[in-house]
Design a protein around this ligand. Structure first.
Ligand code: GDP
Length: 528
């Protein structure tokens, strides 16, 4: 009989973060290949191609079945179970990405060797910092000319403020790429072009002193390499597992995802050192993964693959205990027991009915609108996991109906879409407007399309005089009442009924903050 402790110890749950085009999709594909989840690399590519072909969300939404199944990919590797959570690629879906990062135990950062640290990587890194998420780094596209590796590590250290510990080191680059040296084992992995879909095992030499190697690399390159390695060993930080787990140091690997090169040392090292499910904070106590009783939280809600069915899938990260098919769980927010029937798991590329799931795993729960992002499920304890944020939107529009008789549907659609995190929605205290908030402008298009497609509502969005929003808190109920009365014109309720200050300008917000020192204006709202 297995226990949550044993199963949790085998789990590695992570996400890949990168700037678009660095190679996230390609690397995902190769990891699945190593995990035996796909035979010939290509299935993820197909999805990506479909995404690129239209480069818009509509096809993505139409292909929802695919995007649901590929949101989480589980595969075994050696005696471990790896859960890879997909982060949406487009910048406008940033909020979704942030929430996915709350559900992982570690991250893998992909950097393009020629481009170095890019803007989106910096942002994602900031999010990882909030929870000290351990990060491994893969420097990709070594088959192309890029930056000098030593300078690149300097760049990562200075821009991302994290120590680098190289684990593999490149031998040449671009046309001169010969392989990588594993700095901890001393092994030399030779590069052979054209082995994109097979493991490159046969070309590993136990050390630089292996006689055949002189012939393969040539004495000049070998001498140069030895010199460089001496320099690296003197200057670089040695791998320190504690520093890695604390989020202070990132082990660095070099390779070429598309050529399936350098991926295996990364994956081997990853399953060995990446953390298994870590303890999670709740409002009352810390929950350890090896606890016997089930707990988990919802970090994402996605419309189901079949548009005829209005039900949606809530993605729950299991934090402790054991999930069994058909078990009853306590839905903390509603205070109700619910049967988790037909939950989905995401083994390989198929979705299957989950027989059981363990800490670190993700299950998909069918949801008819009662489950929201941030919700906790337990076996009875009123736990509430913290740290799953809503971000203050930066763009606002007023919804305008073409057919006024559809107001009910509009409200229902907006409530459901905001519950999914597709948009945020605010009702001003003093008017009948429906105001939408978004972090990226594409979100409005998504909402308009889905309102029409799924709710039969033809709505357009027009400019509204709101520049920014803040969730309002005050410990002093009397002060809050006073604040509410004096500022009713600038107050609204969000979809969850929380009070929000909607400011016509940043200056207005600043003045309000100065005028009301006892009131807190929060730029994020944690689901609770
Ligand atoms: P994503 O946007 O981060 O998911 O990036 P993709 O995986 O889609 O890769 C972006 C582009 O870079 C694609 O054209 C890939 O074929 C290419 N690419 C990925 N890995 C490598 C690599 O190791 N070498 C080279 N030369 N190209 C690569």
């Amino acid at each position: 009989m297995t226990t949550p402790a044993q199963e949790a110890a085998r789990r590695r749950t992570f996400a890949i973060i990168s700037h678009p085009d660095a190679g996230k999709t390609t690397l995902t594909e190769k990891l699945l290949l190593f995990g035996g989840a796909i035979q010939m690399a290509g299935s993820v590519k197909g999805r990506k191609a479909a995404r690129h072909a239209t480069s818009d969300w509509m096809a993505l939404e139409k292909e929802r079945g695919i995007s649901v199944t590929s949101s989480v990919m589980q595969f075994p590797y050696e005696d471990r179970i790896v859960n890879l959570l997909d982060t949406p690629g487009h910048a406008d879906f940033g909020e979704d990405t942030y929430r996915v990062l709350t559900a992982v135990d570690s991250a893998l950062m992909v950097i393009d060797v020629a481009k170095g640290v890019e803007e989106r990587t910096i942002k994602l890194m900031e999010v990882c910092r909030m929870r000290d998420t351990p990060i491994m780094t893969f420097i990709n596209k070594l088959d192309r000319e890029g930056k000098n590796p030593i300078e690149l590590l300097d760049e990562v250290e200075s821009v991302l403020k994290i120590q680098c510990a190289p684990v593999t080191w490149p031998i040449g680059m671009g046309k001169r790429l010969k392989g990588v040296v594993h700095l901890l084992t001393g092994e030399v992995h030779l590069y052979e072009a054209g082995r994109n879909f097979t493991r490159q095992d046969s070309t590993i030499y136990p050390s630089l002193d292996t006689p055949e190697l002189a012939g393969k690399l040539g004495p000049a390159m070998l001498a140069e390499l030895r010199e460089e390695l001496e320099l690296v060993e003197g200057a670089a930080h040695p791998f320190d597992v504690e520093a890695y787990l604390a989020g202070r140091q990132t082990p660095v690997f070099f390779g070429s995802a598309v050529n399936n090169f350098g991926v295996q040392p990364l994956l081997d090292f990853f399953v060995e050192h990446a953390p298994s499910p870590r303890p999670r904070a709740t409002t009352t106590r810390e929950v350890a993964a090896d606890e016997e009783r089930l707990s988990g939280f919802v970090f994402k809600i996605q419309a189901n693959m079949d548009p005829q069915h209005r039900d949606r899938v809530a993605f729950m990260r299991v934090c402790s205990g054991r999930f069994n098919a058909g078990m009853k769980a306590f839905h903390v927010r509603s205070g109700k027991e619910v049967k988790l029937a037909n939950a989905l798991t995401f083994m390989a590329s198929d979705r299957e009915i989950a027989a059981e799931a363990w800490p670190g795993d993700v299950i998909g729960i069918h949801n008819h609108g009662t489950v929201s992002i941030g919700d906790t499920f337990t076996e009875g304890e009123a736990l509430s996991f913290t740290g799953i944020p809503n971000f203050a939107p930066e763009l606002f529009r007023r919804a305008r109906l073409r057919d006024p008789l559809k107001l009910k549907q509009l409200q229902k659609g907006l409530a459901q879409l905001s519950e999914e995190g597709a948009t945020q929605f605010f009702k001003p205290l003093m008017s009948n407007d429906l105001i939408l908030g978004a972090v990226g402008v594409l979100q409005f298009d998504v909402v308009a399309y889905r309102l029409k497609d799924e709710y039969g509502v033809d709505a357009s969005f027009e400019a509204v005089n709101v520049a920014t929003a803040r969730w309002v808190h005050c410990d002093d109920a009397k002060k809050l009442e006073e604040f509410r009365e004096k500022n009713a014109m600038n107050l609204a309720l969000d979809a969850a009924g929380e009070l929000v200050y909607i400011a016509p300008s940043r200056v207005n917000l600043q003045l309000a903050e100065e005028r009301w020192p006892d009131v807190r204006f929060a730029a994020t709202r944690e689901h609770a």
